[in-house]
Design a protein. Structure first.
Length: 145
């Protein structure tokens, strides 16, 4: 676990998560991911790009970037905090706090272009995406709000 707290949402937080996932052999066993994912928390946007067996890049973005990603996940700060605290407490998201369950209840994933094939990538790569966020259990996360 990281010793110093890292604020969520921030580029530092996503970079720390990128390092964890790229160092995790279990992530590579799930399968390949080739997708650009947007993450939206209130007015903040981050772009996370996966290529083959790694998280290739993370960067701060803006609303315009959401047009170019394959899909994006959007939740308010409290919903993100609830999910991440659940992951921290349990080592992985419990059933009601997984990306898929949250999407089924609140439609958190979307695609700005209406391209259904790109939007379906959220579900196709779900296990890898969930593992990506589940690794945040190893971060000392501090919340901005």
């Amino acid at each position: 676990m990281t010793a110093d707290p890292i604020v969520f949402p921030s580029l530092d937080w996503f970079e720390a998560l990128q390092k964890l996932v790229n160092d995790d052999p279990a992530y590579r066993q799930i399968g390949t991911v080739d997708a650009a994912m947007g993450v939206k928390v209130a007015d903040e946007v981050f772009v996370v790009t996966f290529e083959a067996f790694e998280c290739r890049s993370v960067r701060a973005g803006n609303e315009y970037d959401l047009i170019n990603v394959d899909f994006f996940i959007e939740m308010g700060p409290e919903a993100w905090r609830t999910m991440l605290e659940n992951i921290k407490a349990n080592g992985a998201a419990e059933a009601g706090q997984t990306l898929v369950s949250l999407d089924m209840l609140h439609e958190i994933s979307t695609n700005a272009t209406g391209d259904q094939l790109r939007a379906d990538m959220f579900f196709r790569y779900n296990q890898s995406l969930q593992h990506f966020f589940d690794l945040s259990a190893n971060l000392n996360t501090e919340f901005a709000n």
